[in-house]
Design a protein around this ligand. Structure first.
Ligand code: DGY
Length: 295
């Protein structure tokens, strides 16, 4: 879509290529900071992020330069929420351990007490952040017969009623939930939202799931909580310093690890790519962006 209308350069030395560009397409691995914006110069009109999260972009620096920022909401909601549910089930049913056993040729046959996991049904699931993805998690969990708790900045009684979610405080949510799943953006306010102090308030034996951003969790605190048995397990798709995954986490049997694949379905990635292109085209052709991060 872009190549039909504009000169497109891919990969290579970003700072050099940015010079004189009218648009930058970034993904979560590309920090778009003041330096890159300066390298692009006055020609730059839009930064289109290939992700819904835009913590890789210095939004204030863009705003100050009159550069529009866009992201890819909605199109990945279902894929990300589905992965959160998959990680909940995988951690609860010990799928990582089970798969390693089979692949290593160590499985000696059916045993009544082997790899006993936990049911999701009948538990309390806490959804930290009742935005688009958090709400979709609530919908997907409908068939599992769980009780749902959620947090959000402001009440949305109609949504809470429709999804049968009780809106509670952070402390109440972590204290009562058997599963806690994170669906808030990463910002200075939410960095290390899950630290030692927060983990100490979790219900003992809870399972933590993160398909949002790694920086929401203090990984050292998470490792301690898992080692101490304070948490029974975790399902993680994102990490503080990607692609590095702390060795201590990789060594823990009760942690299921995925490589940031929340939006990685062919349908979703195609839809994200189209939305990125639509945003760039709209801005460069003088129209309003489709999904700007601010209006
Ligand atoms: C997002 O959209 O923020 C995802 O992390 C990319 O898969």
């Amino acid at each position: 879509m872009l190549a039909e209308r504009f000169d497109v350069e891919e990969g290579g030395d970003l700072r050099r290529q940015a010079a004189g560009a009218a648009a930058l397409v970034a993904d979560p691995t590309v920090p778009v900071d003041g330096e890159l914006l300066d390298a692009a110069g006055d020609t730059l009109r839009v930064v289109a992020n290939f992700a819904v999260g835009y913590d890789n972009i210095d939004v204030e620096a863009c705003r100050a330069r009159g550069v529009v920022v866009t992201n890819t909401p909605d199109v990945l909601t279902n894929a990300n929420a589905a992965l959160a549910v998959a990680l909940m089930l995988a951690a609860a049913r010990r799928l990582g351990e089970a798969e390693r056993l089979v692949r290593a040729g160590r499985w000696t046959g059916w045993e009544p007490g082997q790899l006993l996991g936990r049911e999701l049904s009948g538990t309390v699931v806490g959804i930290l952040g009742l935005g688009r993805i958090g709400r979709r998690v609530a919908e997907l969990l409908r068939g599992f017969d769980v009780s749902l708790l959620g947090t959000s900045r402001s009440p949305h009684p109609d949504v809470e009623q429709r999804l049968a979610v009780d809106r509670v405080s952070f402390d109440e949510l972590v204290g009562r939930s058997d599963f806690v799943t994170l669906h808030v953006p990463l910002s200075e306010e939410t960095r290390h939202l899950i630290d030692d102090d927060a983990l100490a308030r979790f219900k003992p034996g809870a399972i933590l799931v993160n398909t949002a951003r790694g920086g929401l969790i203090d990984s050292a605190a998470l490792v301690s909580a898992l080692r101490a048995g304070r948490l029974a397990g975790a399902g993680l798709d994102v990490y503080e310093n990607e692609p590095k995954v702390p060795q201590e986490l990789a060594e823990l049997e009760n942690v299921v690890l995925a490589p940031h694949i929340g939006s990685a379905t062919a349908t979703t990635r195609d839809a994200m790519a189209s939305l990125v292109a639509e945003n760039v085209i709209a801005v460069l052709e003088g129209h309003d962006p489709v999904t700007p991060v601010w209006r």
